[in-house]
Design a protein around this ligand. Structure first.
Ligand code: AHR
Length: 861
């Protein structure tokens, strides 16, 4: 038995055997240690004599604050815990040193906590040392606190009877205070908190909760570095595999899709084939919250040559959505406005590049532009001249053919006369985009995505969808129409979105790769970790604006599916797509904090969509984790509203995926379907290697088994530009000239290319029946009705081979050759690739699963 399992069993045993001598009740001290920059949350300790205190922990968070951003905030000070007349526990706490809100959450057992709320109760200063008194007679709670403001301390109070609505704040006096906080010593430290009395059974449940969590943490930490010792005596394992075709069930044929978010330069500088960085001169210091002085409207641009100036102007722009443009004041012709691209412009000998620009003469009569691509030494690789322009904005185009291959070309725009000119939307696209679309996508990256055969594409995020603060919510209608009229904006991942890759391009891409579009719109609230304009969720779109916002959501459906005679269908048709896009799914919300603010807005949007477009499958959201308040409350809300599908997210270590293969076996089939919209296995250091990829492959066998309830899945994130990455691991890394698919990509590709629409239950009988071995060998058998192929997926996460005898009796399989694809390698391999070969199959055949491998056998019976 592994040491941690032994510990867990002993702990349980200890607490069970001691029960006879335990008291009926004891005391619980609630406090926060203040550790980890005040993110230690609510800590508890018990005592039978109020003298000797035993931490239930150590450092165990029974409740964590969800207010503000991850990392810097989520703090808890001065928790005040009490139980009401209905035995419901309430915890109120100070959020941080300088906000005018406090936090409230409730729980029946002190470890499952309901949604949090953060009422604003003062206009200035903060809210500290909060306390609650209960007036039995009037059933009213009086909440008092000390407000620190500009060095002054004032006592305030408010009243409530439901912790949802509060009376107007009034000044209070010391007489209103209970001063219930005590100081006690716990593990040698003095702690300040509140004492409550509980039955011993309740305290015991808290202790067990902590033990269960520790056990769970140990399971999560399980990884292959323990394999040498764990499997020291393991020899080749034998496996007998049987299938049960008579028990086959229909499963989703949309299981594998992609999650596309503009993170890690996935869009501008990535999938979007535009080669010019900051083409619209719209970069702003605020894109990076003022932390990068180079991040201005001139970013990536410079002037080469003398006797000229380069400035930015905003008077009479091409469009008000695109205010900034470049002004060149030239005394002597020959100067060039130079763009460096996204860390260089990659060009290939013989390839054509389409240049365009809006130009206007500010001082002078008429002129034209010479456009060049030059390499690092100034050698001209391509050049062309535009037509003439004069005093009105005019779009000019030219085509360049590169005479040499380089990754580091620059673009030069050279006005031909001494003049003052305005230039904007300076653009360069390779002629060879994916499917040769204008304003298209980078061909190699788009092809790598298409090669996965994704059945859907979720976009534009992720956190990009709901944005950093209310002002940053991604508005789909800002991203359609002429490029020069789109609204660029700050990217939540700390850079700039040109909106060149907008809703039209996303939908077009989906159509080009035969994938369902799954747009995700904000549920009227920004990201729960927002840092701009407030802290975290910040209240949501004001109710007075929700009508317009809901209309915007409905407009998207009209834009996608409406006839071209409709207002928004016409916009789509004018962009070049007269036929509807046939949108079927719509995501509302992205791993939001489930609060009253969220519920109110989500419900309004959901009801409006359901009423006007009942045929659309709305996908709700259940928080960022596989457990916890947002997950539980998100599911409760989805069940209450009968939301057809919910979006689950979890990034977990391989150990979690290994030990939770029954996660969906437990799901109630009568509730919402599941879209596992973001998941990935994360190891320390965040590699994408054989260990993470195989733990995902292993888990996916259990997802296929449950693909009657899990309809779709997407690994996240998808793309990452080397050197410009905010999040790892990702599925495909790339630079300006190459793409580097990961081992995780190959797992997704194997699943995507070997999907089925019915699941054949199967059984593996192993010669070694220990839990450690059993949990590391998995199978999934599916049938694809389009090809009649039978597909057997086998995962072996053991350091030893598994010799399997496969019995496919029940299927009429002739002696034949099947396609075998195997991905294998050492756990830390980041370069393994699947290899294809042929394997002889019949109704019964043998196959040896290599150590650390994922095998797919595709049989055409
Ligand atoms: O995939 C990266 C981020 O992870 C997504 O933007 C967000 O939804 C999640 O927290």
């Amino acid at each position: 038995m592994k040491p941690y399992i032994l510990t867990f069993v002993l702990l349980l045993f200890t607490s069970i055997t001691l029960k006879a001598n335990e008291p009926d009740s004891a005391y619980v001290f609630s406090y926060t240690s203040g550790n980890n920059r005040n993110t230690a949350g609510l800590n508890l300790a018990w005592s039978i004599d109020r003298e000797n205190w035993h931490a239930i922990g150590p450092e165990f968070r029974f409740l964590a604050s969800d207010f503000g951003t991850w990392g810097g905030q989520k703090k808890m000070f001065d928790p005040f815990l009490f139980q009401d007349d209905d035995s419901l526990w309430h915890c109120l706490w100070t959020l941080n040193e300088d906000v005018q809100q406090f936090a409230h959450a409730a729980s029946t057992d002190l470890y499952n906590w309901k949604r949090q709320s953060y009422p604003k109760v003062v206009e200035e200063g903060n809210v500290t040392n909060i306390e609650v008194a209960f007036d039995e007679q009037n059933k009213v709670y009086t909440i008092t606190w000390i407000n620190e403001n500009k060095g002054l301390e004032t006592i305030f109070k408010t009243t409530t009877n439901d912790f949802k609505t509060y009376s107007v704040t009034e000044e209070a006096t010391e007489a209103d205070r209970l001063n219930l906080r005590k100081t006690v010593r716990i593990d040698g430290e003095v702690q300040t908190g509140v004492i409550n009395k509980l039955s011993w059974n309740e305290i015991d449940a808290l202790i067990k909760w902590n033990e269960w969590n520790r056990f769970h943490q140990q399971q999560r930490a399980d990884n292959t570095s323990l394999d040498a010792e764990r499997f020291m005596d393991l020899e080749t394992v034998k496996a007998e595999i049987a299938v049960f075709p008579e028990k086959s069930k229909a499963i989703s044929d949309m299981l594998i899709g992609i999650f596309f978010e503009d993170i890690n330069y996935a869009a501008d500088g990535g999938l979007y084939a535009e080669l010019i960085q900051n083409r619209g001169f719209e970069y702003q210091l605020s894109d990076r919250k003022g932390n990068d002085p180079t991040w201005t409207a001139k970013k990536a641009w410079s002037l080469s040559g003398e006797e000229a100036s380069f400035s930015i102007d905003t008077v009479a722009p091409i469009h008000t959505n695109n205010k900034h443009f470049a002004v060149l004041d030239i005394e002597k012709p020959g100067v060039a406005l130079v763009n460096d691209g996204f860390n260089g412009i990659a060009v290939e000998k013989g390839e054509k590049y389409n240049f365009s620009v809006f130009a206007r003469m500010l001082d002078g009569v008429k002129s034209n532009l010479l456009v060049r691509l030059v390499d690092g030494n100034g050698e001209v690789l391509a050049e062309a001249k535009t037509k003439a322009f004069s005093s009105d904005w005019k779009k000019l185009e030219a085509q360049l053919t590169a005479t040499k291959t380089t990754a580091k070309a620059k673009l030069q725009v050279i006005p031909q006369d001494a003049e003052k000119v305005a230039l904007d939307m300076i653009s360069l696209f390779p002629e060879n985009t994916f499917m040769n679309r204008k304003n298209g996508l980078r061909a190699d990256l788009a092809q790598a995505i298409a090669d996965m055969k994704p059945r859907f594409v979720r976009f534009p995020g992720g956190c990009v969808a709901h944005g950093d603060g209310l002002e940053n919510i991604y508005r789909w209608n800002n991203t359609v129409g002429p490029l020069e009229a789109r609204v660029p904006q700050r990217n939540i991942w700390n850079y700039h979105q040109s909106a060149g890759l907008g809703y039209f391009e996303y939908f077009q891409f989906c159509e080009d790769i035969d994938a369902e579009p799954i747009p995700v719109l904000a549920a009227g609230v920004p990201c729960q970790n927002s840092s701009c304009g407030g802290h975290g969720q910040q209240g949501g779109i004001p109710m007075c604006d929700m009508g317009d916002y809901i209309q915007e959501v409905l407009d998207l459906i009209e834009w996608a599916n409406g006839d071209k005679s409709t207002k928004w269908g016409k916009v789509r048709a004018e962009a070049g797509h007269p036929e509807p896009f046939n949108l079927k799914y719509l995501g509302i919300g992205n791993e939001d904090l489930i609060t009253d603010v969220f519920e109110e807005r989500f419900t309004m949007i959901y009801d409006a969509v359901r009423e006007k477009y009942p045929e659309i499958t709305v996908i709700g959201t259940v928080g960022p984790f596989y457990t916890g308040t947002d997950y539980v409350e998100g599911w409760e809300l989805a069940t209450k509203l009968e939301v057809p599908m919910v979006d689950e997210h979890y990034y977990q270590p391989p150990g979690w995926f290994i030990h939770n293969q029954d996660f969906y076996d437990r799901y109630d089939r009568s509730k919402s379907k599941v879209y596992l919209g973001e998941y990935a296995a994360h190891l320390p250091g965040r590699p994408n290697n054989i260990e993470t990829a195989l733990s995902e492959a292993l888990y996916m066998t259990s997802v296929e088994r449950n693909a009657d309830v899990v309809t779709m899945t997407s690994y996240a994130p998808l793309l990452a530009k080397e050197g410009f990455t905010q999040w790892t691991p990702d599925l495909i890394y790339f630079n300006n000239t190459e793409i580097h698919p990961t081992v995780g990509y190959y797992v997704q590709k194997l699943y995507g290319n070997n999907a089925g629409d019915s699941y054949i239950p199967s059984e593996i009988k192993l010669s070694d029946n220990s839990e450690d071995v059993k949990k590391r060998v998995a199978i999934s058998v599916v049938e694809d009705s389009k090809t009649n192929d039978l597909i057997v997926k086998l995962v072996n996460l053991l350091p030893a081979e598994v010799d399997a005898s496969v019995d496919l009796s029940g299927f009429d399989i002739a002696d034949s050759e099947a396609v075998l694809s195997v991905l294998k390698g050492k756990p830390d391999s980041k370069t393994a690739k699947p290899e294809d070969s042929k394997i002889s199959v019949s109704e019964k055949f043998d196959y040896s699963l290599p150590a650390y491998s994922f095998s797919v056998i595709r049989i055409n019976p």
